[in-house]
Design a protein around this ligand. Structure first.
Ligand SMILES: Nc1ncnc2c1ncn2[C@@H]1O[C@H](COP(=O)(O)OP(=O)(O)OP(=O)(O)O)[C@@H](O)[C@H]1O
Ligand SMILES: Nc1nc2c(ncn2[C@@H]2O[C@H](COP(=O)(O)O)[C@@H](O)[C@H]2O)c(=O)[nH]1
Length: 197
C-alpha cells in the first residue's frame, strides 16, 4: 500500500534531512522494517534508546538499547538528557538528546523508533520532525505477530495490546501512515519519505 501523506509538519527551509519518527503498536513490525531498511542503507542513523526493560535474548547493550537501572533513568530524566521519554507497558524508555542533535547537525538522516507518547513529545519540541505511523493490516494480524514473536509473557502481551488500541486510535495525528503488509515495500516507502532514495 502506498504512503498516505497528510503534510501537517513544516518542511525545513533547505534540504537538510528531517528528523523522522516511526511509531506504531507493539508487534506491528517497526524493528523488522528498520533493520531491513538499514541493511541496504546504513547511512540512516537509528537512535539507540535508554530503557529500564530487561534485555531479550540476543539484545546487546549499546546496540539495541542502553539498558539502564531505574536510578540511572531517573538521572537521565532529571539532567534533561532525554529528548523525550515515556513509560510503556511497565518500563521506561527515552531518546538520548545529544546524539540526535549531533547527527542532525551533521546532515545525517535520523530515525527514532518510539511509542505514541514519545512521538507526541517530539512533535511539541521539534515541529519540523515528520511523524510516520506504522499500522498493521488488521487487528488479528497484530495479535498474531506480537504473540508469535514469543518474547513477552501473556500478561505483558495483554498490556501491550491495551496500549495498541490507544495507539491505533491516534493514527490521524501522524503525518503519514504506512501499512505493514510487506516489510520490503514499507522499507522502500520509509526511505523515500526520508529522502534517502
Ligand atoms: N510484514 C510482516 N509480515 C509478517 N510478519 C512480520 C512483518 N513485519 C514484522 N513481522 C513479524 O512481527 C513480529 C513483530 O515485529 P517487530 O519485533 O519488528 O515489531 P515492533 O513493532 O518493533 O515491536 P515492539 O514495538 O514491541 O518492539 C516479528 O516476529 C516479525 O518477524
Ligand atoms: N517513547 C519512547 N518509546 C520507545 C523508545 N524506545 C523504544 N520505544 C518504544 O517502546 C515500545 C516497546 O519497545 P520494546 O523494545 O520493549 O518492544 C515500542 O513501541 C518502542 O517503539 C524511546 O526511546 N522512547
Amino acid at each position: 500500500m502506498a504512503a498516505t501523506p497528510r503534510g501537517t509538519s513544516p518542511v525545513p527551509p533547505d534540504d537538510r534531512p528531517r528528523l523522522t519518527v516511526l511509531s506504531g503498536p507493539s508487534g506491528v513490525g517497526k524493528s523488522t522494517v528498520v533493520a531491513h531498511m538499514r541493511k541496504e542503507h546504513p547511512e540512516v542513523w537509528l537512535s539507540v534508546s535508554a530503557t529500564t526493560r530487561m534485555p531479550r535474548p540476543g539484545e546487546q547493550h549499546g546496540v539495541h538499547y542502553f539498558f539502564v537501572t531505574d536510578e540511572e533513568m531517573d538521572k537521565l530524566i532529571a539532567n534533561g538528557e532525554l529528548l523525550e521519554w515515556a513509560e510503556f507497558a511497565g518500563n521506561r524508555y527515552g531518546t538520548p538528546r545529544a546524539a540526535v542533535l549531533e547527527h542532525l547537525e551533521a546532515g545525517v538522516p535520523v530515525l527514532l523508533e518510539i511509542d505514541l507518547q514519545g512521538a507526541r513529545q517530539v512533535r511539541e519540541s521539534m515541529a519540523e520532525a515528520q511523524l510516520v505511523f506504522l499500522a498493521p493490516p488488521s487487528w488479528e494480524e497484530l495479535v498474531r505477530r506480537l504473540t508469535g514473536r514469543g518474547t513477552e509473557s501473556p500478561e505483558v502481551i495483554e498490556r501491550r495490546l491495551a496500549a495498541a488500541r490507544t495507539e491505533l486510535a491516534a493514527e490521524p495525528e501522524f503525518d503519514t501512515t504506512l501499512v505493514n503488509t510487506s516489510v520490503e515495500a514499507v522499507a522502500r516507502e520509509l526511505l523515500a519519505l526520508m529522502n534517502v532514495v
